[in-house]
Design a protein around this ligand. Structure first.
Ligand code: NAD
Ligand code: ZN
Length: 257
């Protein structure tokens, strides 16, 4: 399917789901997990950082790493793909944005009610009682990637405050998952952007959408595995999303916003 054909679907769709992965934030300078050269896991041992056991075993290493990542997000700006997705909401009858990303770049581009399947770097909570804690919006001193930083203590129970992201081995937050599933099963166009599609259960969403008759389109600069009757648009998130929204709705977005 070409950009023109997908744009035609966008124009007639009643409910569009945009489903993003780390690739949607790459052009904002946030590294993906699996990209061969820049992927975070190429440089860090995930098992030491992204599990509850790892946090309990070495809280300051783990917290320091997440503070480093959070700081990178604070410094980053939404890119043209985030902007095009926010613009899309003005043109289609219903838009649901579902993200696997733990940054807040969709919101900063203007998207509302974003469903975060894997939590957020910006919503830490107590590991023991679950109470939410404020994450300061700025960090005075940029922590290095390997810096140790003591996590704060919970003001309610003195437990350790942990990052508000979903770690390996944890289940997805129930509300966001059921909302995402409901949207995938109700939409008529499902657009998956910048995800390798290997992290389950999130990767099930395009299958569910397809199973209910939606048109499913994947956008990625690298060819991802596309199942029967799903479509693929090769290119960067910023270029393809800008072209789609411009072509479908005559918007005047630039891919380099
Ligand atoms: P992934 O790292 O497995 O895959 C990223 C995909 O993005 C790849 O298929 C890659 O080809 C593609 N990509 C790279 N540049 C792109 C571009 N400019 N435009 C479009 N696509 C591009 O990421 P994933 O599938 O999201 O799964 C990994 C997990 O990592 C997620 O669960 C997420 O929570 C977490 N994560 C989040 C962030 C973030 O919040 N920004 C960053 C890294 C990882
Ligand atoms: Zn507590």
């Amino acid at each position: 399917m070409s950009v023109t054909e997908v744009a035609r679907h966008l124009k007639t769709a009643r409910h569009v789901v945009i489903f993003t992965g780390a690739g949607a934030s790459t052009e904002s300078g946030i590294p993906t997990f699996r990209d061969a050269l820049t992927g975070l896991w190429e440089h860090f041992d995930a098992s030491r950082l992204a599990t509850a056991e790892a946090f309990r075993a070495d809280p300051s290493l783990c917290w320091g790493w997440y503070e480093w990542r959070r700081h990178k997000v604070i410094q980053a700006q939404p890119n043209a793909a985030h902007v095009a997705i926010a613009e899309l909401a003005r043109h289609v009858p219903r838009l649901t944005v579902v993200t696997q990303n733990v940054d807040n770049l969709h919101e900063r581009a203007g998207s509302q009610a974003v469903i975060h399947l894997h939590g957020s770097l910006h919503s830490p909570r107590c590991i023991d009682c679950g109470v939410a804690h404020q994450a300061p919006l700025s960090i005075d001193v940029l922590p290095g990637a390997g810096a140790r930083i003591e996590p704060p203590r919970c003001t309610m129970c003195e437990g350790l405050v942990r990052p508000g992201v979903v770690w390996f081995g944890e289940t997805l937050p129930e509300g966001p998952w059921s909302d995402a599933l409901a949207a995938a099963e109700a939409c008529d166009l499902f657009v998956s952007i910048g995800t390798s599609g290997v992290v389950y259960p999130a990767a099930e969403l395009p299958l569910r959408a397809h199973g209910r008759g939606a048109t499913v389109v994947h956008i990625n600069p690298d060819r991802v595995e596309v199942r029967n009757q799903e479509f693929f648009l090769e290119g960067k998130a910023s270029d393809v999303m800008t072209a789609l929204v411009n072509e479908a709705f005559g918007a005047l977005l630039s891919p380099r916003s």
